[in-house]
Design a protein around this ligand. Structure first.
Ligand SMILES: Cc1cc2nc3c(=O)[nH]c(=O)nc-3n(C[C@H](O)[C@H](O)[C@H](O)COP(=O)(O)O)c2cc1C
Length: 369
């Protein structure tokens, strides 16, 4: 009998067995030496939880809000590209899982389902649309109009990708999108929709991005986007207090701390370490989210204690999708919710508001006593 999958790591191990090498390489890899990829995970253990006891925790809820929308837990789905490589329904399955669980699904621009398909397949989902800025601004503008029309509630502008980081595994496998799949948001233009299906000898993903993403991306583009839409704008990829403050000035509704799953600059800080500096700088003036390396309820608890309103997950959902499709994506969310609930109960927190800054401390504190 197959071993039951009871945690994110179980799903990851099973997905590693199931996925073709080039897809696995694309999903799992980080940039260059993958120092930050490793650090994203290891840094979680540098923070210890200080549980408080003898507090009545018999009634608990991790429910919270994001940009005014109620969600059942501060656990959201980060945008990851090309999800039909993991399961037949791809993005539609992920969005349905998010709706069933009651949280936000962020859809990648470079997805293998279109914004309209996702809206139709998961009409009750809370949907954010992740945006890249193309050299041809009209491409981006059109996507914004389509996301608005398809009922997406916010735009997540990815600011850390004027181009893609070098991911060696994609070079080794000469990664391309399998030919039966297309970039579904661009079906009106055959060149755009099938560009990821080929490579001239390196990574198809990097060649795609080099050809059409705009490396002039700058703060003026945030202002441009603000003029283009009434939707709230979340800036994803911020890693410093300086850029968080510029983001606020530019009118961002929320700051999303991310190192793109360690896929852009190798050697940047793990996101849980960047979190306190940014929370301090922003000082309650906008919502702050974080992603990168989160794979258990204790990790999520630590980020909440450090001031994040929401923790997003990328790869864990891809592992869930690979193993069990929509059910697997839903199970990943459920497992993390149960682990967060257990951590809350055992640490004296009945609600997310009870998870306060004094409940986490650096590991080094204990060696200086
Ligand atoms: C396979 C893969 C594809 C991704 N595609 C996108 C994308 O299209 N747009 C984007 O803003 N971020 C993308 N990301 C970054 C994620 O949104 C997120 O920042 C990261 O995966 C979080 O780290 P985690 O995977 O450790 O949870 C991608 C990440 C992975 C692993």
């Amino acid at each position: 009998m197959a071993r039951p999958l009871v945690c994110v790591r179980d799903y990851e191990e099973e997905a590693r067995r199931l996925l073709p090498l080039s897809t696995l390489g694309y999903y799992q890899s980080g940039a260059l030496d993958e120092v930050t990829l490793k650090e994203n995970k290891e840094a979680m253990n540098r923070w210890y939880i200080r549980p408080r006891l003898l507090r009545d925790v018999h009634q608990r809820s991790a429910s919270t809000t994001i940009l005014g929308h109620r969600v059942s837990a501060p656990i959201g789905i980060a945008p990851t590209a090309m999800q039909r490589m993991a399961s037949t329904d791809g993005e539609c399955a992920t969005a349905r899982a998010a709706a069933r669980f009651g949280t936000v699904y962020t859809m990648s621009t470079i997805s293998t389902s279109s914004v309209e398909e996702v809206a139709q397949q998961a009409p009750s989902s809370l949907r954010f649309f992740q945006l890249y800025i193309y050299k041809d601004r009209e491409v981006t503008a059109k996507l914004v109009r389509r996301a608005e029309a398809a009922g997406f509630s916010a735009l997540v502008l990815t600011v850390d990708a004027p181009t893609f980081g070098i991911r060696r595994e994609d070079l080794r496998t000469k990664f391309t999108l399998p030919s039966h799949l297309k970039l579904a948001n661009f079906m009106a233009d055959n060149n755009m929709s099938s560009r990821m299906n080929s490579s001239t000898g390196g990574s198809g993903a990097n060649e795609y991005v080099k050809a059409i993403f705009d490396p002039t991306l700058n703060w003026g583009d945030v202002a441009w986007l603000k003029r283009l839409t009434k939707l709230p704008i979340v800036l994803k990829g911020i890693l410093t207090a300086e850029d968080a403050l510029l983001g606020l000035e530019a009118g961002a509704t929320a700051i999303w701390i991310s190192n793109h799953g360690a896929r852009q600059v190798d050697g940047v800080p793990p996101t849980i370490e960047a979190l306190p500096e940014i929370v301090k700088a922003v000082d309650g003036r906008c919502e702050v989210y974080v992603d990168g390396g989160f794979s258990s309820g204790t990790h999520i608890f630590k980020a909440l204690a450090l001031g994040a309103q929401m923790v997003f997950l990328g790869r864990p959902l891809l592992w869930g999708l690979t193993c069990e499709g929509e059910e697997g994506a839903y199970n990943i969310l459920k497992i993390l919710q149960q682990e967060l609930d257990s951590t809350m109960a055992l640490s004296g927190c009945a609600t997310v508001k009870d998870i306060t800054r004094d409940m986490v401390i650096r590991r080094e504190y204990y060696s200086h006593l």
